[in-house]
Design a protein around this ligand. Structure first.
Ligand SMILES: Cc1cc2nc3c(=O)[nH]c(=O)nc-3n(C[C@H](O)[C@H](O)[C@H](O)COP(=O)(O)OP(=O)(O)OC[C@H]3O[C@@H](n4cnc5c(N)ncnc54)[C@H](O)[C@@H]3O)c2cc1C
Ligand code: FES
Length: 345
């Protein structure tokens, strides 16, 4: 049986119990103690902690996220590090939850109810979970790959009011364990699967005065679909612009769904864009289409999701249009394979 250790998070009122084979982040989120995190796979560095007292094991923490010098200085990745003793840790940049209500991390089981092709190499997967999952629009879960006991992250596309039927948009990665080897392989409607969630801090939850520009590349549309539905239902933003980028028409999906929403809601604007095929919609890289549409983005906010290269390009474009960096929120679909974090989906 695994040993348990007590971990004190500086600035929090209570201590948490962490098993020797459990990450500090996993234990904290299960205890509903918020710690900043984004990828939960060692690739982003958002969960960096200072170990003030005690010893940790860094496990598979990659050198590009946590350097040898940082380890020597006592830093660790909360999503990768496991305790070797009782600990006192302090999140770099603080553990503030930014006034957003958080929901504890839990393990879930569910049944695959929908598995359909919706675009080129892209599937919609719906899982009916046995117990409801509470989450914030924009968050993701880890689907556990059967027989491998490893998780892969997939964003929730359903609104948070839908707590039983969880919708995911999955892009095929050739040679990939979860996609090629499972979701695009043997997975069938009726299969039982395991998952854990909710995870992540890419959220639009509270009312805001700024108009919001949402930009998704490929299946980066998934969390934005959840955010759009939530923001419209709760009237969270004065104006909402959704951009979805693909190469060809076969890359776009849910076009009718978003067009209908735009008909119903005067303050919602939907702009799909294609970079490699002529059509009657917007043409060009999605970030260039945004640059053409707005002469200034001052006083606006943005929510960006998709391959890292697209997200980087969008950040640059929005800064050129004078959007404040603190109002740019991003979720990058990095892959977990060692040293391949920057590879786009
Ligand atoms: C926060 C977050 C949210 C995400 N949400 C979504 C989403 O909503 N939809 C979506 O489609 N994706 C999403 N992703 C990406 C997703 O989690 C997976 O990374 C993706 O589906 C690939 O998983 P896989 O198991 O199929 O591929 P992997 O097995 O991880 O392999 C990825 C690639 O690396 C190669 N590879 C693997 N190991 C090695 C190695 N050792 N050396 C060299 N090459 C190797 C494989 O051949 C493959 O080409 C998200 C990622 C993050 C971080
Ligand atoms: S959440 Fe730990 S490195 Fe990304």
């Amino acid at each position: 049986m695994a040993n348990n250790y007590t971990v004190r998070i500086q600035g929090k009122n209570s201590d948490i119990t962490v098993a020797e084979d459990q990450s500090i982040l996993d234990a904290a989120l299960r205890a509903n103690e918020w710690l900043p995190h984004s990828c939960t796979q060692g690739t982003c560095g958002t969960c960096k902690l200072e170990v003030l007292c005690g010893e940790v094991r860094h496990n598979e923490s990659p050198e590009y996220t946590l350097t040898t010098d940082e380890r020597a200085e006592g830093l660790a990745l909360g999503c990768m590090a496991t305790p070797c003793s009782d600990l006192v840790v302090e999140p770099i940049g603080g553990a503030g939850d930014n006034g957003i209500p958080r929901f504890p991390l839990r393990d879930y089981a569910g049944t695959v109810t929908v598995l359909e092709d919706i675009a080129a190499n892209t599937r919609r997967l719906v899982v009916e979970v046995d117990t409801p999952m509470l989450f914030n629009a924009g968050q993701y879960v880890e689907l556990i790959v059967p027989g491998h006991n490893v998780g892969r992250q997939y964003s929730l596309a359903n609104p948070p009011t839908e707590t039983r039927n969880l919708e995911f948009h999955v892009k095929l990665t050739t040679g990939g364990l979860a996609t090629d080897g499972w979701i695009f392989g043997p997975m069938q409607v009726g299969d039982r699967i395991s998952l854990r969630g909710p995870l992540g801090q890419f959220n639009l939850v509270n009312q805001q005065d700024e108009a919001a520009i949402l930009i998704g590349g490929g299946t980066g549309l998934a969390p934005l679909k959840s955010i759009v539905q939530h923001a419209l239902a709760e009237r969270l933003v004065p104006e909402l612009y959704l951009y979805h980028g693909g190469r060809r028409q076969e890359d776009l999906y849910d076009v009718g769904f978003f067009r209908d929403l735009a008909q119903e809601h005067e303050h919602f604007h939907y702009r799909p864009a294609l970079s490699e095929e002529q059509w009657d919609g917007a043409m060009g890289m999605v970030t260039d289409v945004v640059l053409d549409d707005f002469s200034s983005c001052k006083g606006m906010s943005a929510y960006l999701c998709g391959p890292p290269a697209m997200v980087e390009a969008a950040v640059k474009a929005l800064k050129r249009r004078r959007m404040a960096p603190r109002l740019i929120f991003r979720e990058e679909f990095t892959i977990a394979a060692p040293n391949l974090a920057a590879v786009a989906q």
